[in-house]
Design a protein around this ligand. Structure first.
Ligand SMILES: [Zn+2]
Length: 206
């Protein structure tokens, strides 16, 4: 447990809020302090909007039981969209990757979110990821191509190869993103051009 961010000068309420904000990705104690001061000064205006947005996220969002996307409906907007190509399925590690790919607007099929990647170091095993439900989806048929869009990390690639093996016996084409992706690159951080190029140049996994 780390020490207080403010010291003795701030109330427990302010300290608790600052601690909570400092745990957000990209925010440390220093930026959390700045954010809290900013919010305190605007508690009649911006803070109200923020509270409403947080409540809407807490109360309104659900995980799609088909693909693992987070949306206001289950099935999610992508799964429920009849214009989407039923035959293409793109497998990603996290929801952030799904959103990054969908922002690039190149993949017309649907997605499957694994919820992480295999990691011996962190003890993440196949049964900890949504691999069983992926195989169920493929088994139900109607899918021609599975695109494995894992990050260009060792663990991402290990995960891709594991899934490719598990899908070997099914009549689907299995491809993966072309890795002109920077080594160690995470999809969410790539610009849309690079991402589009990687998706366009996807190739059979080998
Ligand atoms: Zn969905």
């Amino acid at each position: 447990m780390r020490g207080p961010i403010w010291g003795a000068m701030a109330s427990q309420e302010i300290e608790t809020l600052t601690q909570a904000l400092s745990r957000l990705p990209g925010l440390g104690p220093r930026s959390a302090r700045r954010a809290v001061l900013w919010l305190i000064k605007r508690r009649e205006t911006s803070l109200v909007g923020l509270l409403e947005a947080l409540a809407a996220v807490r109360d309104g969002l659900v995980e799609c039981t088909t693909c693992g996307n987070v949306d206001t409906s289950d099935p999610c907007g992508i799964c429920a969209d009849p214009r989407r190509d039923q035959r293409g399925l793109c497998v990603v590690e996290d929801v952030s990757d799904l959103w990054a790919l969908d922002r690039a607007r190149l993949f017309t099929g649907r997605y499957h979110v694994l919820g992480g990647r295999l990691s011996a170091l962190e003890g993440v095993r196949p049964e900890d990821l949504a691999i069983g439900s992926l195989i169920d989806r493929v088994e139900r048929g109607g899918i021609d191509e599975v695109v494995l869009a894992m990050n260009a990390t060792l663990e991402g690639q290990t995960t891709a190869h594991y899934i490719a093996e598990r899908l070997e016996t099914y009549p689907v084409r299995i491809t993966q993103l072309a890795h002109g992706l920077p080594v160690g690159g995470e999809l969410d951080y790539l610009d849309e051009g690079t991402l589009a190029q990687a998706l366009r140049a996807r190739r059979p996994i080998g």
